[in-house]
Design a protein around this ligand. Structure first.
Ligand code: SIN
Length: 270
């Protein structure tokens, strides 16, 4: 059976823009199945001209699972919709969300399966999001490095990202996860340490841990692993947080970029 939408690939390795689908309407089971397959195949899905309200945004997330609510991000939740995080930057901003390479909320014991970002207002130019394929990043390592990483775990800490900006009383999770995780659907191996949340590699002396993390977090940024999305108002990006890292590029100050993110609950990495 052919897919109920057309697929325009961004690069040979990752990213696809899906056309001919209206996400504001209820999603039929066969469309839901095709969307899940498309995420497995392309790792990041992009959609244009989707004026999602919060109910439709959450309904899209529920095609993939339950919604993840992160304690550390509670301050940015939309009033009355704790599952929806506001992503906003303007002329008064001192920082933007996700402004360095990361996967979302790896500090949580069960980090999200994926995130769905809907931008309503975008700058005239700039404000792209870059994505990097962690399967490719793993595959590109030498066999000796892969063997060394096998069995290592790392500690991820919410305080690294949120301590300076979250209100008093915010809960900061800390979790230990494999440095290389196996994707629960495709079975492929992916690097699972990131610059924002990963504090240290467990059980290594401090300087060895720092050197290894410096290598891995720089390696994952190689341009040939990446695709880059140019936003328009009411575009959507949906990334598989288990397979990609992303970085929000803040090159548009003092313009406004604003929208909403809903995150799908994931499993404990293995
Ligand atoms: C995020 O890290 O979720 C924000 C991504 C973006 O604003 O492009």
């Amino acid at each position: 059976m052919s897919a109920p939408f057309s697929i325009d690939r961004l690069t040979p390795h990752m990213g696809a823009e899906l056309h001919g689908i209206d996400l504001t309407r209820p999603i039929a089971p066969e469309v839901a199945a095709a969307l899940r397959q498309a995420l497995t195949d392309h790792l990041v899905l992009f959609f244009r001209d989707q004026r999602l309200d919060f109910a439709a945004h959450k309904a899209l997330a529920r095609v993939f699972g339950e919604i993840h609510v992160a304690p550390a991000a509670a301050a940015w939740a939309v009033e009355g919709h704790p599952e929806v995080t506001r992503i906003h930057a303007d002329a008064d901003s001192k920082y933007v969300a996700g402004e360095d390479w990361h996967s979302d909320m790896t500090c949580d014991p069960e980090p999200p399966l994926g995130s769905i970002l809907h931008l309503v207002t975008v700058p005239e130019t700039g404000g792209d999001t870059a994505f990097s394929n962690m399967f490719l990043a793993y595959d590109a390592l030498s066999e000796r490095m892969k063997a060394y990483l096998d069995g290592l775990t790392a500690t991820h800490d919410a305080a690294r990202v949120f301590a300076a900006i979250a209100p008093p009383g915010t809960v900061f999770n800390q979790s230990s996860h494999p440095v290389v995780r196996t994707h629960p659907v495709s079975g492929r191996k992916a690097i699972f340490v990131n610059k924002q949340f990963t504090a240290r590699i467990d059980g290594l002396p401090k300087d060895e841990s720092a050197a290894l993390l410096a290598f891995l977090t720089s390696h994952v940024q190689r341009p040939e692993f990446q695709c880059r999305f140019r936003w328009r108002p009411h575009s959507i990006a949906f990334w598989d947080n288990r397979a990609v890292q992303h970085s929000a590029i803040w090159d548009y100050f003092p313009q406004t970029r604003s929208g909403y993110r809903v995150t799908v609950r994931g499993d404990r990495p293995f």
